[in-house]
Design a protein around this ligand. Structure first.
Ligand code: UTP
Length: 278
């Protein structure tokens, strides 16, 4: 009984904070020191590919190592928004839903539910994680200003968690980092075409053309979906595409050191114009 009320109290404190009614210093969680403001220069939205941490079941040890790295980076002054994908578990559930008669919308709902369960696992190990899976993109800023890590999953049928993450980065005007099981953005799928070239740097317009060209091929698997790419493009969100299984490389990327992967950025309006004319 006591535990039940303890949980109730904690959840209420979170809700009060979210409504701006609680004092940030009363935040729950073991690493809940409030920074009291939001610093876009030190904030990165992480779009974590489900395939990195989930096969037919969660890769718990990998999740723990990843969370440890995130905790270190937070202690080093960085802040994150975490969005986690569905991976193979989502596909397995969706296939089952399909054979039981679910339509496309309903299969998306199943996928969204799986992404919610997936991201929850990370909240148990990231020391200052917000304990509720958020829906409203605008909540990210509030939760960050409490010195906590906001967590998101899928939220709208017909899109992917990459699009959710891109929208958050667009709203917060901060960087976007896509963690997948490939090293960066390639001219074509490296699993199908070994030896294909990896781009170290792309402009937003080139990135968007590439996504559209790859997506137009049957059975294509793009590095982000077209909806997410469009959002990153229209707001020129600086974006990093790296392999999330190499945590040393992940740390280097976040710290602004040399890293393996692709950076998408547009330095100036003239660069954008030149690109569009190509
Ligand atoms: P993912 O974002 O994981 O899609 O969402 P994905 O392309 O399978 O990516 P990874 O590489 O495994 O992470 C899983 C499924 O959940 C549904 C979609 O059906 C998607 O394919 N979903 C997710 C939505 O309908 N809306 C969302 O906002 C997110």
């Amino acid at each position: 009984m006591f535990d039940m009320f303890q949980n109730w109290d904690d959840q209420n404190k979170q809700a009060d904070e979210a409504r701006g009614e609680g004092s940030p210093s009363s935040a729950t969680g073991s690493n809940s020191a409030s920074i009291g403001y939001y610093n876009p220069k030190k904030t990165i939205v992480l779009s974590v590919g489900g395939s990195l941490f989930f096969d037919d079941k969660p890769k718990t040890a990998h999740i723990a190592k990843f969370c440890e790295t995130v905790n270190d980076l937070i202690k080093g002054g960085f802040a994150f928004v975490l969005v986690v994908g569905g991976g193979q578990v989502a596909r397995t559930y969706q296939a089952s839903a399909k054979s039981l008669g679910a339509n496309n919308f309903e299969m998306d709902e199943v996928g969204i539910s799986v992404t919610k369960s997936n991201v929850l696992l990370f909240t148990y190990n990231i020391e200052n994680a917000w304990k509720d899976v958020l829906q409203d993109v605008k909540m990210a800023r509030k939760v960050l200003s409490f010195g906590r890590t906001p967590v998101f999953a899928g939220n709208m049928p017909g899109q992917t968690t990459d699009a959710v993450a891109a929208s958050i980065a667009e709203y917060l005007q901060c960087d976007f980092c896509n963690l997948s099981n490939v090293d960066g953005i390639y001219a074509s799928d490296p699993a199908v075409h070994p030896g294909t070239k990896m781009f170290e740097e792309l402009t937003h317009t080139k990135m968007l053309s590439l996504v559209k060209a790859i997506a137009s091929k049957p059975g294509a698997h793009t590095f982000v979906d077209v909806h997410a790419a469009n959002i990153l493009w229209r707001s020129k969100v600086r974006s990093f595409f790296i392999n999330g299984s190499d945590l040393t490389n992940f740390k280097a990327c976040i710290r602004g050191e040399q890293f393996k992967g692709t950076i998408v950025q547009t330095a100036s309006a003239s660069e954008e114009k030149e690109d569009e004319e190509d």
